[in-house]
Design a protein around this ligand. Structure first.
Ligand code: NAD
Ligand code: IPM
Ligand code: MN
Length: 361
């Protein structure tokens, strides 16, 4: 069968890591008899350079018509890049947010698990990670601070800026249901993370999550304040199964969770709606500091491609094959510099992709 994938290489390391993900997908295609066809689309800085805006209607339409979207990462150095001299609505990130909203991608899944081979790359003490950890952060992606009104005004002779954080109960209910569904297929525990001791939006969040919980009697629910969660992630990451949280908290906590897996270069993600069309991208950014050097870790993107096979195409065996290949390459000692430790074999982006592709069975 043919699968039409819209590919957005993006900016910075985006094109380098996407190249490796395609290499691995092509190997899956060969071994399992699928055809993956790619249509490249522009987003972010690359789109600004070509059209003056970070996302065109043409990109949105083509993404909607594809079977799924695979993305690298977008954006540049936010202090030095000329893209950040543009008004906020024309900057790279505005394009990504509009694309997420246009495709209604409200559920962002970010799995953080420790490959035992990477225990040396994890900054936590051995005793903390001896039993490993395996969690998935379910981040609400189309509401909250990211999509509220924002403005900078002059008030009483000084500049004042505000950003609105709103959630409707419909938005909370659908992401909560998604988290409970996912927990049902895992270890049956949801930790809902909020700031209900301060924020009204978090108090509504907590109430609605409690209501949804009634439909999922077999799932354990706990509530945790976000500051505590940030601490618990490094104190005892093994306690978490599914972390359910709003957009901004999920953004921050997922970067934290990524580091305890060894590197942000390991954390994949899937952004989903109620259809089969998803957007798959690593959780990290365009890493302008290492772009063009062939040193970026492509594993987060390769694992995101595996999520695409699983969630958009129902190719479970093929997704497993990619995950197994990653594990075997780590077992064989291949490491990009971000996950390097003593005695391991350091390789670049391209070599890491080739090694993983060669292991596909
Ligand atoms: P970043 O994630 O790009 O980089 C943070 C640090 O992690 C850097 O030191 C970088 O070198 C390192 N890093 C990131 N990915 C890596 C990989 N695959 N392998 C090895 N090291 C890696 O975050 P930032 O520097 O804060 O942001 C840079 C740009 O990326 C900004 O414009 C930001 O808006 C954008 N961004 C985009 C996305 C996305 O496209 N989804 C996500 C996050 C940030
Ligand atoms: C991410 C990124 C984006 C976000 C930015 C680039 C808008 O940090 O995907 O985690 O904050 O959602
Ligand atoms: Mn982020």
């Amino acid at each position: 069968m043919e699968y039409k994938i819209a590919v957005i290489p993006g900016d910075g390391i985006g094109p380098e890591i996407i190249r490796e993900a395609k290499k691995v997908l092509d190997q899956i295609g060969k071994q399992y008899g699928h055809i993956f066809s790619y249509e490249e689309l522009l987003l972010g800085g690359a789109s600004i350079d070509a059209y003056g805006i970070p996302l065109t209607d043409d990109t949105i339409e083509k993404a909607k018509k594809s079977d799924s979207v695979l993305m690298g990462s977008i954006g540049g150095n936010t202090t030095t890049s000329r893209w950040y001299q543009l008004e906020p609505s024309k900057r790279p990130e505005a394009g990504l947010l509009k694309l997420r909203k246009s495709l209604n991608l409200f559920a962002n899944l970010r799995p953080a698990l420790l490959f035992e081979e990477l225990a040396e790359a994890c900054p936590l003490r051995k005793s903390i990670i001896e039993n490993g950890f395996d969690m998935v952060i379910v981040r609400e992606l189309t509401g909250g601070l990211y999509f509220g009104n924002r403005k900078t005004v002059i008030e009483q002779g000084e500049r004042k800026a505000y950003d609105e954080l709103t959630y409707t109960e419909t938005e909370i209910r659908r992401i909560a249901k998604r988290a409970f569904e996912i927990a049902g297929k895992r270890r049956k525990k949801v930790t809902s993370v909020d700031k209900a001791n301060v924020l009204d939006s978090s108090r509504l969040w907590r109430n609605v999550v409690e209501e949804v919980k009634k439909e999922y009697q077999d799932i354990e629910l706990e509530h945790m304040l976000v500051d505590n969660c940030a601490m618990q992630l490094v104190k005892n990451p093994g306690q978490f199964d599914v972390i359910l949280t709003e957009n901004m908290f999920g953004d921050i906590l997922s970067d934290e969770a990524s580091m305890i897996t060894g590197s942000i270069g390991m954390l994949s993600s899937a952004s989903l709606n109620d259809t089969k069309l998803g957007l798959y991208e690593p959780s990290h950014g365009s890493a302008p500091d290492i772009a063009g050097k062939n040193i970026a870790n492509p594993i987060a993107t390769i694992l995101s491609a595996a999520m695409m096979l699983r969630y958009s195409f129902d190719l479970e065996k093929e997704a497993d094959a990619i995950e197994l290949a990653v594990k075997q390459v780590l077992e064989d000692g291949y490491r990009t510099i971000d996950i390097m430790s003593d005695g391991m074999k350091q390789v670049g982006t391209e070599e890491m992709g080739t090694q993983i592709a060669q292991k596909i069975k």
